[in-house]
Ligand binder design. Sequence first.
Ligand code: NAP
Length: 242
Amino acid sequence: MRVSLDGQVVVITGASRGIGRATALELGRAHARVAILGRDEAALAELEGEVRALGAEVRRYAGDLRDHARSAEIAEQVRRDLGPVDALVNNAAVGRYGAFLELGVEDWRQMLEVNVLGLVAITQAFLPDMLARGRGHILNVSSVQGVRATATSSAYSATKFALMGLSESLAQEVGPQGIRVSVLCPGSVETDFDGFPGRLKPSAMLPEEVADAIRDMLETGGRAHVSQVMLLPFGRRGDASY
Ligand code: NAP
């Protein structure tokens, strides 16, 4: 059974570029009412215009996910502007790679603060309304690095493994109350994530292809629920980085 996203309110974190940006456009094409979040105001303003041109309602909210008070404020503003939220796509993250002894505690702190604590705070800001309505969908973007770690990804992988545990626990906790929690684990995607230019990534997927998968997950309804998806580049030549 497919759920129509037409008129549904969907919040996307990390929408200013990459996968989040492609997702906002894809959901705009589905005529969802989209709230786009990120720090880069100019990029959000440009995207807002593009989503609006698709005929969808869209609002932008600038903020740093490490500022939990700002996340709570954004949740309140979204509620006032667009009404109760149907889905939250937790997509924003940062990644730094390096040998374990080269990654300092500050690198770890930055990744934990955005990828885990920032995500927790914004989820806690939106979840109470979903629980009150007895419906909602929280879709967490993890990574294959949240399932299989590779060398030099200790901190990033640790945050994505944390996200897997968090998602599984939350799914069991709030599923009986009508809230779907799902996780998407993409392999390599052609974005500028972690400062590594996307165009240089061999055999990477396109952000639009990941956005398609996010739309599919949000559109699955009825008695079925897509709880975890591994989305891997097809046709790669056996490199270990996915
Ligand atoms: P990206 O192009 O670097 O985009 C990351 C987004 O996160 C940006 O919109 C950025 O917005 C936002 N962000 C970063 N720090 C933030 C903060 N402190 N507060 C608020 N927003 C913040 O990365 P991407 O490739 O699209 O990645 C999206 C998701 O996919 C991430 O969860 C990533 O772990 C996952 N993923 C990516 C790949 C890949 O190969 N690219 C593979 C597997 C999984 P601002 O800078 O405007 O704040």
